[in-house]
Design a protein. Structure first.
Length: 191
């Protein structure tokens, strides 16, 4: 495993760099794919100036493992806290990666389910993929501006809101980001 550490607007001490490496190398226990020499882990630590929160450290960890990219991003008050939170998220994602039901081999062919059951039995992963517990049907979405969609998101207390954008007529989703700002997913149709 190769670990690359980048800092922006902050200078990491040797102790912090050692702590980062120690925590990342502890993820080797989650499978031989993680410990593979082709696995690259990029750790970005950034000091930001968020005025709405005292969480001024952003820690992004991106793992390029065989056949997948696993990523976490957290905001914290210290580098150590951010790394601990990020590693916690990565552990959950690595468990899901190991227990993935439909995998392809290196040539792109599907691995037979009996092989997947064998892999699950040897790794001890038996977590089922959760089913949809609630389904809502929307008869007709009213076109609205992005600002109106944000207002609806806040009024409903949700973390995202789907709508038809009145400016371009496309299906969009506005969502609240971890730093308190908003993001927009714009679904343009393939032509």
């Amino acid at each position: 495993m190769q670990v690359q550490i980048f800092d922006r607007n902050i200078t990491l001490s040797d102790d912090q760099t050692d702590y980062i490496r120690e925590k990342i190398f502890a993820l080797k226990d989650y499978g031989h794919e993680v410990d593979d020499e082709s696995t690259v882990v990029r750790v970005d630590v950034e000091s930001n100036k968020m005025k709405t929160s005292n969480k001024n450290i952003t820690v992004q960890v991106t793992m390029f493992i065989p056949h997948a990219v696993i990523r976490s991003e957290v905001y914290a008050t210290t580098v150590e806290e951010g790394l601990d939170l990020s590693v916690g998220k990565l552990k959950k994602q690595l468990e899901r990666y190991k227990g993935k039901r439909h995998r392809r081999d290196k040539s792109g062919k599907w691995i037979p389910s009996s092989t997947l059951e064998e892999i699950s039995a040897t790794t001890g992963v038996t977590e089922e993929v959760s089913q949809i517990s609630k389904r809502k049907s929307m008869v007709e979405l009213e076109p609205m501006h992005e600002e109106e969609a944000i207002e609806q998101l806040e009024l409903l207390g949700h973390s995202f809101y789907a709508f038809i954008n009145s400016e371009n007529g496309r299906f969009d989703v506005v969502y609240r980001r971890d730093d308190g700002s908003y993001g927009l997913l714009d679904f343009a149709q393939k032509q």
